[in-house]
Design a protein around this ligand. Structure first.
Ligand SMILES: Cc1ncc(COP(=O)(O)O)c(C=O)c1O
Length: 384
């Protein structure tokens, strides 16, 4: 029998307190549409500094509603990064929008503001930067570009809950109209599945509330008439993107642990940096001076020209040693589905180079000193 310890690239941490909070909600009167939803939204506002928050069923739903709430529709262009999970650009397509990509800065793997400017035309309506690996994009620069061209900014912070940009929490929307988050189990906190949208704009907030629940409102200030206390109206074609109170109870409890999670994530990253930064087989992404990343993932770039092993063989050998890693990401425009929009190999060279070289190392708070030692040893043994 093989008792070798195995590691994935990410994993949740669930405490007894988390479980207890979920159990209490299960025994309460509200499984969904109850007080835990509002409480989680308020806790996220308090944490990020945003005025308003709407929690939803997952991060993809958050992006979809973000795009819709800004009125982006058929023929409108939105610029995003090719190095993201395809949910980001798919959300633009859901609303009938056109996806434009701008290449990444090779040093951070975040969208490059200079490349954004090159993609702007009359039809451009918004920019959707992705805070890759948890590091914030250079939001002040992006916001200024947006202001100059009268564009909206949607921050995809699926990786970035708890990260900071120039001393502000990601999600404060200081340099954007909307920020979205994901609470999938590999993310910085989890609700199983779940997502959130923050904004400082009351109109956007009201619209998001309606879009989350079929486009319906009972808000007296928004109704066109009022037949009675039961009365509601549909103003938009919305969805059922609600999240349950059970999930929100977990989210509230997890959020209380987030700062500890981040500290541990950053400590683990320090170990990896020390081990890999002076070894010419590897390169690391830079953490910029404006950023304090919550590090959802830690990608290391392999300098394949300096070693004999290829990427496929590397992955197979890592698996044999119990390391089940991931690649973040395959450039979205290289997906077969995206070919119909006319994208082709070679369109965004920095993204393709990143894809060729990147692997994400295990990063979750339960990793101990010995685990890290073991992981580093395996990687250094195999990458030759
Ligand atoms: C950058 C990014 N955006 C959006 C999403 C979608 O989030 P969810 O899986 O919660 O729908 C993810 C999920 O991995 C992501 O990594």
């Amino acid at each position: 029998m093989n008792f070798k310890k195995s590691y994935s690239y990410g994993k949740q941490s669930i405490s007894f307190k988390d479980i207890w909070e979920v159990v209490k909600t299960l025994r309460s009167n509200w499984l969904t549409q109850g007080p835990k939803v509002k409480e989680f939204e308020q806790a996220l506002c308090d944490y990020t500094g945003a005025k308003y928050c709407v929690v939803v069923s997952n991060g993809t739903a958050a992006l979809h509603l973000a795009v819709l709430s800004l009125g982006i529709s058929k023929g409108d262009e939105v610029i995003t990064s090719p190095i993201t999970f395809l949910a980001s650009s798919n959300a633009i397509l859901y609303s009938g929008g056109i996806v434009k990509f701008a290449d990444i800065d090779e040093k951070t793997a975040c969208i490059d503001p200079i490349q954004i400017e090159k993609q702007i035309i009359d039809k451009t309506k918004a920019i959707m930067p992705i805070h890759f690996a948890g590091q914030s994009c250079d939001m002040e620069k992006i916001f200024n570009i947006a202001k100059n061209h009268n564009l909206f900014v949607i921050e995809d912070a699926a990786h970035g809950l708890g990260s900071e940009y120039k001393g502000c929490k990601v999600g404060s929307c200081k340099y954007s109209d909307i920020t979205t988050f994901s609470f999938h189990p590999v993310k910085n906190i989890t609700t199983g599945e779940g997502g959130a949208i923050t904004t400082n704009n009351k109109d956007i907030y009201e619209k998001l509330l309606m879009l989350r629940a079929h486009g319906i409102t009972k808000n007296k200030n928004l109704l066109t008439k009022n037949d009675g206390p039961w009365y509601y109206e549909q103003h938009y074609l919305g969805f059922n993107y609600r999240i349950t109170d059970i999930q929100c109870a977990l989210g509230i409890s997890q959020l209380k642990r987030l700062d500890k999670f981040i500290k541990r994530r950053r400590d683990i990253v320090e170990v990896y940096k020390t081990e890999f930064e002076n070894d010419d087989r590897f390169s690391l992404l830079e953490e910029k001076e404006y950023s304090k990343a919550a590090f959802h993932i830690f990608p290391v770039l392999i300098n394949f020209e300096k070693v004999k092993i290829g990427k496929k063989e590397l992955f197979e050998n890592l698996k044999k040693e119990g390391l089940f890693l991931q690649v973040h990401y395959i450039p979205v425009y290289l997906q077969p589905y995206y070919k119909m929009f006319g994208f082709k190999n070679g369109d965004f060279p920095n993204s393709e180079e990143h894809y060729k070289r990147t692997i994400s190392l295990p990063l979750y708070i339960e990793l101990r000193k010995n685990d890290l030692k073991n992981i580093v040893k395996i990687i250094k043994k195999i990458v030759v």
